[in-house]
Write a protein that binds this ligand. Structure first.
Ligand SMILES: [Zn+2]
Length: 367
């Protein structure tokens, strides 16, 4: 048995939480370079400068990350003198900015602090970067160390685009049912067992606080509900991701709900819809597959209350396209790691999409 280390993400949340930067970073250095998205940095700049005011921490510069998570952008940043000189990297923005900075900080072996400005994914705390080619196509996964600390400034989250939180909720809805489904036949060692247990707190807060959180965000209002949902999307799902992904040994991070999403990418209609939006319908498909009908009713009612999809009409996909979707799904990691005893076949996958479609359509009739 070889040895291993697990670094759990640590984090701070709240309106005004950037004030804690000097204390949290005190063992890591004095100078920082901020790297992030343009809009994100414009929203965070003043708060960052306020946060370090009258402290030992000095921000040397604010740099745009380059617009996409690519090795080319990361390498170009590494060449910059100010990046070489800074003790610490501050990553500001959404998933792609964080992913670029995780690559960069890992290659330079410098401490990394993340400042997510949207609550749409868990990139701020995960030990994985999605890397794209300069033409925008997917390149590969890169596995960096995770950030030393993440600061979630609630007032910046409250000022983020509504669609991103909405779709982020749809995506996070998948974590619990997928992690439990994908792992159900295996004997779990300590780390994935912890991860699967944490996944059990991912769904209910979204259902309980999601609607209010979205309303508050529309009014740019910081609230308990919004923070609960942001913590769910950024922290809880991120912890699970870090603990349940260890391909080729095991991979429980996503499953059939994401297979539906990957399938949708080969359809014209599906392409027009956000990742998390499609995944939330995939969740209903997975629950249909498992015959978990009360849970399916609960999530479908939630989806309806949120304007998330309950049938394939809602994402402009026709049943004639299910065959091609299944073909695509069968090429994914999720499919490879499907529980072998669960009878996930091309036919049963298509059937569960058909059954979900019929169920969702009937539900809409009732309204
Ligand atoms: Zn997802």
């Amino acid at each position: 048995m070889s040895d291993y280390s697990i670094n759990l993400p640590s984090y701070t949340i709240g309106a005004g939480c950037y004030r804690r930067i000097p204390y949290v970073t005190r063992f890591f250095g004095k100078t920082a370079v901020v790297i992030g998205g343009k809009t994100a940095m414009s929203k965070a700049k003043e708060k960052l400068l306020d946060g370090i005011k009258d402290s030992q921490v000095e921000i040397l510069d604010f740099l745009w990350y380059g617009g996409d998570s690519t090795y080319e952008n990361g390498n170009a940043l590494m060449e910059q003198d100010v990046v070489k000189k800074a003790d610490m990297i501050f990553a500001v923005g959404g998933g792609r900015a964080c992913d670029t900075c995780k690559y960069l900080a890992n290659e330079l072996d410098k401490p990394l602090f993340c400042f997510p400005t949207v609550a749409s994914n868990c990139a701020a705390v995960t030990a994985i970067s999605v890397i794209y080619n300069p033409d925008g196509s997917f390149r590969e996964y890169y596995y960096p160390k995770n950030a030393n600390h993440t600061f979630i400034e609630s007032s910046i989250i409250a000022d983020s685009p509504q669609d991103l939180l909405w779709a982020g909720i749809g995506d996070a809805l998948s974590k619990e049912c997928e992690a439990i489904f994908a792992s159900k036949e295996d004997e779990l060692s300590h780390t994935p067992m912890m991860g699967v247990q944490i996944s059990r707190i991912c769904t209910t807060p979204l259902v309980e606080y999601g609607q209010k959180a979205l309303e508050d965000l529309k009014q740019k209002k910081v609230s308990y509900d919004l923070e609960q949902v942001a913590l769910d999307i950024i922290i809880s799902t991120g912890l699970v991701s870090n603990m349940v992904s260890s391909a080729p040994d095991y991979y429980y991070n996503s499953s059939l709900a994401h297979c539906v999403y990957y399938g949708s990418t080969v359809t014209e209609g599906g392409e027009k819809h956000l990742h998390g939006e499609v995944v939330s319908l995939g969740v209903l498909c997975l629950l249909t597959f498992e015959n978990a009908l009360p849970e399916r009713d609960r999530i479908a009612a939630f989806n309806q209350s949120m304007g998330l999809p309950v049938c394939f009409d809602d994402i402009e996909i026709k049943e004639e396209e299910f065959d091609a979707m299944a073909e695509k799904a069968m090429t994914t990691t999720e499919w490879e790691f499907r529980p072998k005893g669960a009878n996930v076949t091309k036919e049963s996958f298509i059937q569960c999409m058909k059954d979900t479609n019929a169920y969702g359509r009937a539900l809409k009739q009732k309204k």
